[in-house]
Design a binder for this molecule. Sequence first.
Ligand code: NAD
Ligand code: MG
Length: 381
Amino acid sequence: MKKILLLGASGSIGTQTVDIIRSHPEELQLVGASVGKNREYLESLLQTFSLEYVYCIDTDLELESRYPNTRFYFGSDGLNRIVKEESYDLLVNALVGFAGFKPTLLAINEGKNIALANKETLVAGGDIIMKAVKEKGVDLYPIDSEHSAIFQCLQGHEKKDVRRLIITGSGGSFRDLKREELADVTLKDALKHPVWSMGAKITIDSATMMNKGFEVMEAHHLFDIDYDHIDVILHKQSIVHSMVEYEDGSTIAQLGAPDMHLAIKYALLYPRHKADEKTSRLDWDMLTSLDFKKMDYKRYPLVKLAKDVGKYGGNFGAILIGANDEAVSLFLHERIKFCEIESYIFRTLEAARFVKDPEPEEIIRANQWAIEYVDSLWANS
Ligand code: NAD
Ligand code: MG
């Protein structure tokens, strides 16, 4: 029985993870969970599972008094404390944004295995996280669909035979628009992803393709492949989730319906490929073709920027995450236009001070600086 602590349980990945745990009671047990503000969802989890510990941001003594067998954590430091609980084996991190970084690092340092959806953790502090993973000898399972695909394509092969990783991208909500047509797009349109149903922040990251840039950085850290051997290719249908090309010319791809259950389940039940009532399958009789198109870095400059930031290393990943988290938040509150997300990110990186080998505290500082810098750009605009 694998005992799971799930952070971000009320989100898109979080609720799908709960479905999977519920479908595999003989192997998976939810022992702890966190939500941000969604008290109703937390209560539904408390009623369904016998949770040993839970977290929500706002102190709720009334809820706590009704579940005397559960330990409650609240407040800004609560996520960092709940991950120090002993009884779980696997931390599933489905938080959104930089909030995922420190709890992940603390859990690794406690010797816990990690299933990671929260890509911001690796983009902001991948060197620190992967060093801790190695030192502690823990397992890190990717939940992002592209990285789950690559992880699957690498099974049973030698890393020295890998020529390159090929990450596929759908192109996001505005993939059929030219750059000059982006000036007046709305929040409502940006939130309509053509293929995937996801949380709001990653849907915007997909529309700007910052998400694809993050995924290149995530792949670099997870699989220890240099940036010149990680490529992006456009693939509208999101059926080929990503590929690995080997030195002998063979390319191995992982295919499936665009459904995050697949990637989450593989991370939780690795190395099994098990069915359950939520399993979605490709209909090969209906699938007549697969489309691919060369990546256009001029159309999507944030993908190129992410590669450059990754090559620089140091604290720049943390600055990129801070700038993007805050700019996307401003856009989600309809305070800036879609195109301004990109320009705020570029301007923040241009103003940033580079620190070569940052400690975790410097990562947190750099991220906070970037948030404040974006806010100052907005206040002065
Ligand atoms: P979401 O917005 O739907 O859910 C985020 C969860 O985190 C919620 O439970 C929310 O309450 C919690 N949360 C947010 N800020 C918090 C804070 N400061 N403190 C405590 N809790 C907080 O997000 P999502 O779409 O599920 O994405 C989660 C992560 O997975 C992101 O990093 C995203 O990039 C990645 N991811 C998501 C998908 C997808 O299909 N949704 C696919 C691939 C990767
Ligand atoms: Mg992805």
